[in-house]
Each structure stands twice: as C-alpha cells, then as structure tokens.
Design a protein around this ligand. Structure first.
Ligand code: NG1
Ligand code: ZN
Length: 550
C-alpha cells in the first residue's frame, strides 16, 4: 500500500504531454526534449522493475544520438550490456502513454503480476545512469532518478556524462563482477590497443606509416572522452576537432550521420586536410565512419563506411585465425576451426557483400537495427556486425574465448613467442579492445588504427579493398508508412500488393541493379535504397521507385 501511494505521488508530479503518442522505437524513446520528462520518469520506474526481474544491475541512458541538440531520448540497458529485451518494449509503450497516475499504477500492478517480478521488499534494484552532453540531460536525469526512487529498494547511481557504449560496457562489467568505472574502461581499451601495437610484425614496423588521425567529435560526448583516452596511447597521434568546447553546436554540420548521409566534410575540415586520415563520431559515440577530403573539391569526401570497417576487421581476424590453426604445428589437438560469421543489413553496399563472400565468409542478413544484428552475431564463435552507417562491433563467444585462453597458455609453455601465440594474443586483445556489449566508436577507432599499423596500410589502401557500387538513398513522406510491410530481411515488400513486382520490373532495367523499400523505424517515411553500376543509374532507379511508392 505504501508502495502504491509513493508511485501515485511521484507520478502526479510528472504529467504526460497531451495529445502525444510515444513509442519505444529502434533506439528507445526520442522526441523534443521539452515533452520527455514524464516519459523519462516512467522509464525510470520500468528500469527499476527490469532490475528486480533480472536480479541484476541494469542501465538507463539519456541521449538522442545523432539527432538535433534540442531532441533527447531515453533507453534501457539490459544486464548483458545489450538493448532492453524486445519482449518488454510494448509495455514501455503502454507506460509512456498512460494518461493518469491511476492508469499508470494499474498498468504497473498488472505487469508486476504477469511478469512475476519479485516485489517482496527483500530483492533490491540497482540502476546505472548516464547521459550525453545535451543541456536537457540534467533535468531529464533528475526525472529518471525520481522514477527509480518511487520503487522501494531501488537505487540509482548517477555516472554523469558518458558515451552510450561506455554505459553499456559498465552495466555488462558490473554484472560480471568486474571493475565498472570509466578509468577501468579507458584502461582496458588502451592496454589492449598497446598489446596489438606491440605485436605488429617487424616487416611492417619499419614502414613509415602516418600515425596521425584527425577525429570529428560531433561537438558531443565522444570528443570529450577521446581527449582523455588519447593521452593514454603511444604510437598514435589523435587530433580531436569539434570537441564541444569551442562553442560548436552538437551534430550541427558535424558527426558521423551527417558525413555519411551528405558525403561532405564536417565543420572544421577542409582543403588543409587533403590526404589525411579523418574519422567522424556521432553524438553519443556509438557510430564512426572514416573519410578523406577529396582532392578535387575541398567540401566533398571519399567515405570509408561501416561496411569497409567490417571488411577490414573480417580480413584481419581471418588472417589471425589461419595463423593460429596452421597445419603441421606441434600440437595435434589444434584442429578447432572457429566459426567466423558476418552480419549485415540490406543497406550494406553490394560490393562489400561480394568481397566478404569471396573471403569465404558466411554472410547473414537481418532487418535494420543493431538489436537484430547483435543477436545473430552472437550465434557465431566470432561474429562481426556493422550497419553501413558505422554502428557495429565484434562478438566473441565465451566458449571460444576460453578455448583461446587455454591455447595461449599452452603456447606459453611450449612455443613462447611463436607466430601462433602472437595470433592468439592478437585475437585476445581484439576481444578486450572491441566493446562486447554494443557498437562503440572509440573502440572501433582504436581497432582500425591498430590494424592499419599492423598491415602498414594507408586509408587509401584500405579503401581499395573493394570499390563501392554507386548507391542512392531517398525518403518518401507518406500518409501511412505501415502500409508497406517487408520480408526477407526487408529486401522484399509484401504489401501493398503488386508493389514488389513494379520494383522488380524497374530494377531489371539496370545493370547490377538492386533496390528495396522499407518503412523507417525512426521517422515517418518510406526509405528507398538503390544500387547500380553507375551513379546516374542508381539515382534514376531510386527516383523511379520513389515515384512508385508515392
Ligand atoms: P530507420 O529510420 O529505421 O531506417 C535508422 C538507421 C538505422 C539505425 C536506426 C537507429 C539507416 C538507413 N537507418 O533507422 O541503421 O541506426 O536509425 O538509430 O541508416
Ligand atoms: Zn549514436
């Protein structure tokens, strides 16, 4: 009864905005920050319930990633460090849209019973809280705390300003009883980077490679954190621009989303940077793309996207695996081939898929949204996933990692310093460097840098792994985007009837044509993606399919 009163009292302070319906989309709730207080308060309550239910530490992150600075958002981090279980998403929607404190209370009561959430006053809940640099973050975080403290036995730890992947990493670490602080995070990724650099083969060490990279911090949290991390590294010079300290506005003409979609340089980059390796983070530092300033126009870029990062990582890991399992070595038990797989979405450039298949890799497709990719990647011994926009990571199974640890220990006894041991150590370092909870721009950055140094490659050499097929993305505003439904990892439209046939007929007119449509999960639009052998034909195919949709 006391619990009910507390919830009613707390909720009456956070009335929901009128006439707005919010939904827990691909990346939690997102909206203009001014209407989000009640939603965040309620997500605070839900996060406490999630912690009680899982009897583990969970997280709550306040961010709107690459969206404009006046937007904000909130999402829940599950005990594994991954996204909130999809089973709970509909309930999050109901909570956010309950009109009165009484309606809210009865929803919560029902849900507690249905989910058998231990509500005995004995079980406690613990929630780690983080936010990005948005000015609205502070008061929204306060609303989250009040939501959490309206559940008896729930405790919030405010970790202040963090990148999204840092919070995911810390939640995962806490539940594995590892140190879950920011210094521990920096220490782990900087020391595993150092290991990879120490293991660079002598042949490439002598290559005079450019060890400088210039990073656009999107005027957000990533730039700020990278300023700290860069001082913990040797053998790599990182220059950070758009750190947010110079008065620039978050995501405004800067950031990975802008760079990838517009294919132009971010603010603060130009003709002085021609030939230099550049990268761009998004507003909460879970995405990264590389680029170089194009030499015929100082505002255009050559983009090195998520697909190419995936390809570089896949190539490196495959090479290390083949050293590790080379035949004719002294150990007859060494026949354990790791299952290496890659996961992409339909937006992956077709040339990247061809390249990966030609490497002999298993390539799987899922619908858009990292929760789908992550789930599939987790089914391999080593699963690599990336969206073309630069969000992704490499997952190592616990089972395979312990096998690898054991191999490494054997090597230490019988063949210390052998090529095989080096390969084992490199793979172990990669598993520590790259965020196991979620895509992380900072760890992806360091892994790219380590691999380029390992191979003695410039960004141009990397970019030539394959040549992107010309592509074009369009969005079409429609009255009802739910009219379009898809199947086969979004590559085939099943409704409205007849539309797929029309798309097929159009696509057949182009050499290397590929085209699909899908409803966006974050905007009120239908997205059209087209690829073809020339830019003109990709544009024309996208244009005619957009007309079909309209
Ligand atoms: P939607 O709006 O569903 O296409 C976009 C991105 C996704 C993902 C989500 C979450 C594209 C084509 N889509 O989803 O990859 O990043 O936002 O932020 O880039
Ligand atoms: Zn992001």
């Amino acid at each position: 009864e006391e619990q009910r009163l507390l919830l009613l009292q707390s909720s009456s302070l956070f009335a929901p905005p009128e006439g707005v319906k919010l939904s827990y989309g691909t990346a939690g709730f997102r909206a203009d920050a001014s209407i989000l207080k009640s939603t965040v308060h309620r997500v605070g309550i839900l996060t406490a319930l999630r912690s009680l239910k899982t009897r583990s530490v969970v997280g709550l992150m306040i961010t709107a990633s690459h969206n404009k600075v006046t937007d904000n958002g909130v999402k829940i981090v599950d005990p594994s460090g991954g996204m909130l279980s999809q089973e709970w998403e509909p309930f999050a929607d109901q909570l956010a849209n309950a009109e009165t404190p009484e309606a809210l209370l009865s929803l919560i009561t029902e849900f507690i019973e249905k989910e058998k959430i231990p509500f005995d006053g004995v079980q406690t809940a613990e929630i780690l809280l983080g936010r990005d640099t948005r000015p609205s973050g502070e008061s929204l975080l306060e609303a989250a705390k009040q939501g959490i403290s309206s559940i008896f036995g729930a405790m919030a730890h405010d970790l202040g300003i963090l990148t999204t992947p840092q919070l995911h990493w810390m939640v995962r670490a806490r539940n594995k009883s590892m140190a879950a602080t920011e210094p521990a995070y920096f220490e782990q990724i900087s020391s595993s980077f150092r290991c990879l650099v120490e293991l660079i083969p002598n042949e490439t060490k002598s290559n005079k490679m450019d060890n400088r990279v210039v990073v656009d911090g999107a005027d957000g949290v990533g730039g700020e954190k990278l300023e700290v991390l860069k001082n913990m590294l040797t053998g790599l010079v990182i220059e950070v621009r758009n750190t947010g300290k110079g008065g620039g506005l978050l995501n405004d003409g800067v950031g990975a989303d802008y760079v990838q979609k517009e294919k132009v340089v971010p603010r603060g980059f130009g003709s002085n940077d021609i030939g230099i390796r550049c990268a761009s983070l998004d507003g909460d530092a879970d995405r990264i793309v590389y680029f170089t300033v194009s030499d015929n126009s100082s505002s255009r870029i050559d983009l090195v996207d998520g697909d190419k990062m995936l390809s570089l990582f896949a190539l490196f890991i495959k090479e290390q695996l083949s050293i590790l399992t080379k035949e004719g070595n002294e150990n007859p038990n060494n026949n354990s081939q790791a299952r290496l797989g890659v996961v992409q979405t339909a937006y992956a450039n077709g040339a990247s898929t061809d390249y990966l298949k030609q490497l002999g890799l298993e390539v799987i497709f899922t619908p858009t949204g990292v929760k789908h990719l992550h789930e599939k990647a987790a089914q391999f011994d080593i699963g690599i996933y990336f969206e073309a926009n630069g969000h992704g990571t490499i997952l190592f199974s616990e089972f395979w990692l312990s096998w690898l640890e054991a191999r490494n220990n054997e090597f230490s006894l019988v063949s210390e310093g052998s090529e095989q041991q080096k390969a084992a150590l490199r793979l172990l370092s990669v598993s520590k460097l790259i965020n196991q909870a979620v895509g992380d721009a900072l760890s992806s950055l360091l892994l790219v840098e380590a691999i380029l140094q390992h191979k003695g490659w410039s960004i141009h050499k990397w970019n030539k792994l394959y040549q992107d097929l010309p592509s074009r993305q369009l969005k079409v505003k429609v009255v009802d985007r739910t009219a379009v439904t898809t199947t086969n990892a979004e590559t085939i439209a099943v409704s409205p009837p007849g539309i797929q046939e029309a798309i097929d007929a159009e696509t057949a007119k182009y050499s290397k044509g590929r085209c699909f449509i899908r409803p966006s999960g974050t905007e009120d639009v239908i997205r059209v993606y087209a690829e073809a052998s020339t830019q003109e034909s990709a544009n024309s195919l996208a244009g005619s399919v957009a007309k079909i949709v309209d």
